[in-house]
Design a binder for this molecule. Structure first.
Ligand SMILES: [Mn+2]
Length: 326
């Protein structure tokens, strides 16, 4: 499909925002800093414009992001009783299903808007603002503010900053561009306490998360001559501490610290599936692997969920990665 002209798409969205009155906003399953920060910033500007907003997340807000301004206004797993919205805006959902079961909402929405920076994003919206070169969805949302000539408040800046800083791994990943830093700089000018946010994001870890990290590190093994790092977390690795899946965030990144590792995979047993997360370096495109198994993501960070047990899932995924690395 031909990629739509972004300027045109921004114009269309601006029109939807100006004329619409009720908006449904949703992010992806297991929401992260970019999804939540982007949702909250858009919701805030819509409310400033006098619009009605329903914020939805299929899954709960991770503990480490509970400081986000107005995060409690997000309805967790609760779809609205009212079915008809002037527009439904999906953030960071490469397919509508990434947001949960939104079929009824999308069917009745006046317009469906897809704002995403995943290169696997399917153009399912009436408006598709898909910018794979953007570091984060928050960076795209900043551009929306700019194109609407809306000033960014301190709290909105804090939300967008969280999206950018988390998705770029603190301005570390290659997707960080001069433009990313420029946007971050503009956000900092609003005067929100970014150092406090960095503390909360990066210098704070719950005891449970530290213990689960320990289990993850214990399971670390190197395959393919040291180019593949594999970690696994079984249900028992959580259950024994009373920890939950959110405590596994960032565990995978430790696999990439081992010199020579090109790909890291984390297998985690979930209630009814096996959750698989991938990280890679340079040319190895893990989003393609994830897509093979019904998932998606970025070239160097992706994930999927499989209807399989640990043994079976591992076997299938590792076979594919071995083929790529050998
Ligand atoms: Mn993102």
């Amino acid at each position: 499909m031909k990629t739509p002209d972004l300027e045109q798409e921004f114009k269309k969205l601006k029109k939807i925002i100006v004329t619409g009155r009720s908006f449904f906003l949703a992010g992806h399953l297991n929401p992260d800093g970019d999804t939540l920060g982007s949702m909250l910033a858009i919701s805030s500007v819509l409310k400033r414009l006098g619009k009605k907003v329903y914020l939805f997340s299929n899954d709960p807000v991770p503990e480490n992001l509970s400081f986000l301004p107005h995060v409690k206004s997000i309805k967790i797993g609760r779809l609205p009783p009212k079915k008809r919205f002037d527009a439904a805006i999906l953030l960071e959902c490469s397919t509508p299903q990434r947001g949960g079961d939104l079929s009824t909402i999308l069917k009745h929405a006046g317009k469906v808007v897809n704002i995403d920076h995943h290169k696997t994003s399917e153009f399912y919206g009436d408006v598709n603002i898909v910018e794979p070169h953007s570091s984060s969805t928050a960076e795209i949302v900043y551009r929306l503010f700019y194109s609407m000539k809306a000033h960014v408040t301190k709290t909105e800046a804090a939300c967008l900053y969280v999206g950018i800083v988390t998705d770029t791994g603190r301005f570390h990943f290659p997707a960080t561009s001069p433009r990313t830093l420029e946007v971050a700089s503009r956000l900092l000018e609003t005067g929100f306490r970014f150092s406090r946010i960095n503390d909360l994001l990066y210098a704070t870890k719950s005891c449970l998360a530290l213990k689960v990290l320990g289990r993850g590190l214990e399971s670390l093994e190197l395959l393919c001559g040291g180019r593949l790092a594999v970690m696994s977390l079984k249900t028992s690795d959580f259950a024994c501490f009373g920890a939950s899946p959110e405590h596994t965030e960032n565990v995978i990144n430790y696999g990439m610290m081992v010199p020579g590792v090109k790909v890291t995979v984390l297998f985690r047993e979930a209630a009814d599936c096996l959750s698989v997360t991938f990280r890679s370096r340079s040319h190895v495109d893990v989003s393609l692997i994830a897509k093979t198994f019904g998932g998606g993501g970025h070239k160097n960070a992706a994930g999927c969920r499989m209807k399989a047990g640990m043994q079976e899932g591992r076997k299938k995924i590792l076979a594919v990665i071995r083929k790529i690395l050998n």
